[in-house]
Design a protein around this ligand. Structure first.
Ligand SMILES: Cc1cc2nc3c(=O)[nH]c(=O)nc-3n(C[C@H](O)[C@H](O)[C@H](O)COP(=O)(O)OP(=O)(O)OC[C@H]3O[C@@H](n4cnc5c(N)ncnc54)[C@H](O)[C@@H]3O)c2cc1C
Length: 542
């Protein structure tokens, strides 16, 4: 059953009786989620002197030949392990674009790691309304972008993209060069007066041999370990420090607050049918924008019937993704042999300019589409046709900003996640598709297919607990601590006040480093005394 608006949805009910845990463990800092935000936070706090426990509902994704077997990855959905979410309006179930593994979504991400533009942090006028300012500026985040680029081994080149904001340091690795078909596309764009650039990327793929080993790594894991994912570059080094422990297969189901609702006392988690109560001085939530908001809503009590950290009523609201289109250009007479296609970007209309009154968005490449990927969307189409198409296509991903709306949001009904999402700002998106169609045709690809992505393509989700100065209009302080709570921070993309139109992961990592610094500066992670009967965390790390 659906609800026309999110306001009609019932609130989660507090449990009828207190839950009796099978085990109680204690740590200084509990981090919920081991993806981009949580993993980076664990890395940043590893030498703080505090005992850090990372709690992850998934386990380690196996490194196996199936990692690059496209039938396994796409047709059989071998690594797609998220629960079903529901369209709040229609009640229809869908499989979201989220993955529950150590490293979170970064295990399958395309590792495009651009910084947001300086204008993304400022109030910006769009066709459908205002994109709000962030409570900190690009300049504030810049040093952390530099650190995040080093951590995630980003390859890139300053000076190619006119919208690139100032960098205090060069990229740590040279940009990945285009393969011939993409170089031809870039050359044509340039002849057309555009400014293509080599996209910032966290993939170690600077030789043809390495390219061959990561040709399928956008949307799939990389067995060769060439992708800078959060497990590899943050979680594992954090564990190696000896100060960080990882609990896998452990899903946090509820946060328990003090009677005054101002302090989180414990997280309740399920591990193989057992209930574990995890007590900590500080809690860092990094379960992904939807799951983090859902956890706060699920933690409702009679004293806090709207959930925790929710005096503003904005937990779960302002849900944003991107307006995105998969764009395929085909030249029937030219085979595209590119292995790693995601080397090209175009931001000519990212910001408002002489030819566009409002910002349009970003062009980047998709990982090379193959027949089995197209089969998912067009199951009726014969395989030889799909193969002929994908062999001759260049494959593009277009993203435009989705503006925050109170009515776009998530709610938990009968324990299940429901999403209300009515896309906005579609005029600029259509204009971007139109302009790119023209440019791609001119580049020699006369046949074009486009498909705008729907509610299930939500891997760029954000905004469900926005950061801001005013507790009435935001959930988190500028340093990402809950306004209502003295010991809960959120470091996934929930805090984004706007979605920008670029990939979010580097900004999540940079912000986690920034928040970690604010914790370290205030001494809030100084070790707490462990009492004799406190049990050490159990590691269930497989
Ligand atoms: C196919 C694909 C391609 C992508 N490509 C790019 C790209 O090229 N560039 C880019 O910038 N971004 C990309 N993204 C998006 C990027 O991966 C995410 O923005 C980023 O990983 C989000 O970080 P996060 O910390 O918010 O969440 P995640 O990285 O998803 O981490 C959340 C973690 O929390 C765990 N968790 C959830 N709920 C609980 C709970 N209740 N208890 C315990 N643990 C929990 C999850 O299992 C997960 O490990 C892509 C995503 C996908 C799916």
């Amino acid at each position: 059953m659906g609800y026309t608006t999110i306001d009609e949805a019932p609130m989660p009910q507090p449990p009828a009786e207190p839950v009796t845990p099978n085990e109680v463990i204690r740590t200084d800092v509990a981090i919920i989620g081991s993806g981009m935000g949580g993993g980076t936070m664990a890395y940043a706090l590893k030498d703080s002197g505090a005992k850090i426990l990372v709690i992850e509902r998934g386990h380690r994704l196996p490194s196996e030949p199936e990692n690059s077997d496209l039938n396994e990855v796409y047709l059989k959905g071998r690594y797609k392990n998220a629960d079903t979410w529901y369209n709040g309006r229609t009640g229809a179930g869908f499989k979201p674009g989220v993955y529950y593994w150590v490293g979170g979504n970064t295990k399958v991400y395309g590792a495009c790691l651009p910084r947001f533009r300086a204008s993304d942090f400022e109030e910006t006028q769009h066709q459908d309304g205002t994109s709000p300012a962030w409570p900190f500026s690009y300049a504030d985040l810049e040093p952390y972008y530099t650190r995040a680029e080093e951590l995630f081994q980003v390859h890139g080149q300053i000076g190619e993209d006119p919208t690139e904001p100032p960098h205090s340091k060069a990229y740590p690795y040279p940009a990945l060069d285009h393969e011939p078909a993409i170089q031809d596309l870039a050359d044509s764009f340039r002849r057309q007066g555009l400014h293509p650039f080599r996209m910032a990327n966290g993939l170690d793929a600077d030789t043809p041999e390495k390219r061959a080993l990561c040709a399928t790594s956008d949307g799939a894991p990389n067995e060769a370990g060439l992708k800078a994912d959060a497990e590899k570059v943050t979680v594992d080094p954090a564990l190696a420090s000896g100060n960080v422990t990882l609990m896998t297969d452990t899903k946090v189901t509820r946060l328990v607050a003090s009677p005054d609702g101002q302090t989180i006392l414990a997280a309740l988690a399920e591990n193989n049918g057992r209930v574990i109560r995890i007590e900590a001085d500080k809690f860092i939530l990094a379960a992904g924008a939807v799951n983090s908001a859902a956890l706060l809503l699920r933690s409702a009590t009679p004293e806090n019937p709207r959930g925790l950290a929710n005096s503003s009523g904005l937990v779960g609201r302002n849900y944003m993704v991107h307006n995105s289109t998969f764009f395929i250009g085909i030249n029937p007479f030219k085979v595209n042999r590119t292995l790693w296609q995601k080397t090209l970007g175009l931001n000519d209309w990212y910001e408002a300019g002489p030819s566009n009154k409002y910002p349009l968005g970003n062009l980047q490449m998709l990982g090379k589409l193959r027949a089995s990927m197209l089969k998912m969307a067009r199951s009726w189409a014969p395989n030889p046709i799909l193969k002929a198409m994908s062999d001759r296509s260049i494959d593009i991903y277009l993203t435009t900003e989705d503006l925050p709306r109170r009515d776009n949001g998530i709610s938990v009904i009968d324990g299940k996640i429901h999403v209300w999402w009515e896309p906005n700002n579609l005029g600029p998106h259509k204009e971007l598709v139109k302009r790119i169609s023209k440019a791609v045709r001119k580049a020699g690809y006369p046949v074009i297919f486009t498909e705008r992505m729907g509610i299930e393509t939500n891997s760029h989700q954000c905004g469900t607990a926005v950061a801001g100065h005013d507790p009435h209009t935001s959930v988190l302080t500028p340093d990402c601590r809950a306004h209502d709570l003295n010991n809960l921070w959120i470091v996934d993309s929930s805090f984004f006040p706007s979605s920008a139109a670029l990939n979010p992961a580097l900004t999540i990592a940079a912000n986690a480093l920034r928040v970690a610094d604010s914790l370290l500066a205030t001494g809030t992670t100084s070790p707490t005394t462990m009492t004799a009967d406190n049990r050490q965390p159990t590691t269930n790390d497989r």
